[in-house]
Design a protein around this ligand. Structure first.
Ligand code: HEC
Ligand code: HEC
Ligand code: HEC
Ligand code: HEC
Length: 164
């Protein structure tokens, strides 16, 4: 009786272990296939100085971390993490923001919020592998109705970005 229970338990554990191992392998291979990761806006500035300067000087996104850091002491860790989803670069995604100490270059929203992860574009340097066609739906993921009153896509395309 007892031994057959043990055997069953061992069997279950083995199935579990195999499942976890499979999941880990799967995640690794997805990550390996996921060639595009985040590099941070400063990197983009090396080749696109005009856009970078204009963005840093004008876009509120360039200071988005300060907005949530100010409130941190009133928030639980979980609440703060929920802010990070919209106020930092790529939080919760492969190669995205983890923490202010681990990934300081990704703490503010940046070029890649709109243009997508830029690692491959930077590596190849040939103008490819970067997003340039935006839909309103992409903005609305963060600019939800209750966050942005009267968010108007067309005018804000240029208001919240860069001038050159
Ligand atoms: C990952 C979330 C996210 C996405 C995606 C996003 N935004 Fe934002 N945006 C923000 C946050 C957060 C702020 C406010 C930053 C702050 O003040 O702390 C902001 C600010 C702005 C502002 C305020 C004005 C200013 O001078 O910066 C405009 C306009 C704007 N975004 C336009 C856009 C447009 C257009 C898109 C789509 C092409 C877009 N955003 C996509 C999160 C996002
Ligand atoms: C769903 C995405 C989203 C989440 C989650 C989110 N924000 Fe925002 N937040 C925005 C957007 C978009 C704006 C810009 C609104 C605008 O200017 O139209 C903004 C603006 C702000 C501003 C105003 C900045 C300024 O000076 O104009 C503060 C402060 C702020 N958020 C703090 C927080 C905090 C704290 C949290 C977590 C508790 C949080 N946000 C969670 C999207 C988000
Ligand atoms: C809020 C969204 C948003 C952010 C953030 C943003 N851009 Fe853009 N970017 C745009 C839009 C919109 C266009 C114009 C696309 C078009 O004309 O089809 C554009 C166009 C460009 C172009 C093509 C040349 C041009 O001016 O048409 C470059 C290069 C560029 N962006 C670089 C950057 C860099 C570098 C950053 C960060 C410093 C950045 N972008 C941040 C939305 C954004
Ligand atoms: C090593 C130099 C280099 C770096 C770093 C770089 N780019 Fe580019 N980028 C280019 C070149 C070259 C082109 C094509 C010529 C042009 O439009 O200036 C280009 C074009 C673009 C375009 C226009 C694409 C199109 O289809 O018209 C966008 C948008 C862009 N880059 C965004 C970015 C963003 C965002 C970053 C940071 C993640 C970045 N770039 C970093 C070299 C670079």
């Amino acid at each position: 009786m007892e031994t057959s229970l043990q055997v069953r338990l061992v069997f279950k554990l083995a199935v579990c272990a195999a499942f976890v191992a499979g999941a880990v392998c799967f995640c690794k291979s997805v990550q390996a296939g996921e060639a595009r990761t985040y590099v941070g806006s400063e990197k983009c500035g090396e080749c696109h100085a005009d856009e970078y300067e204009s963005y840093k000087a004008n876009a509120k996104k360039a200071h988005s971390f300060a907005s949530i850091k100010r409130m941190k002491k009133f928030l639980s860790d979980k609440e703060f993490q929920s802010c990070c989803v919209c106020h930092t670069l790529g939080y919760g995604q492969p190669g995205g923001f983890r923490s202010e100490t681990e990934t300081p270059e990704l703490k503010n929203l940046g070029c890649e919020t709109c243009h997508g992860p830029g690692s491959l574009h930077v590596e190849l340097g040939n103008g490819k592998n970067i997003d340039k066609d935006f839909s309103e739906a992409m903005c609305m993921a963060c600019h939800t109705k209750d966050r942005s009153v009267a968010f108007r896509f067309r005018p804000s395309m240029f208001g919240g970005t860069h001038n050159k």
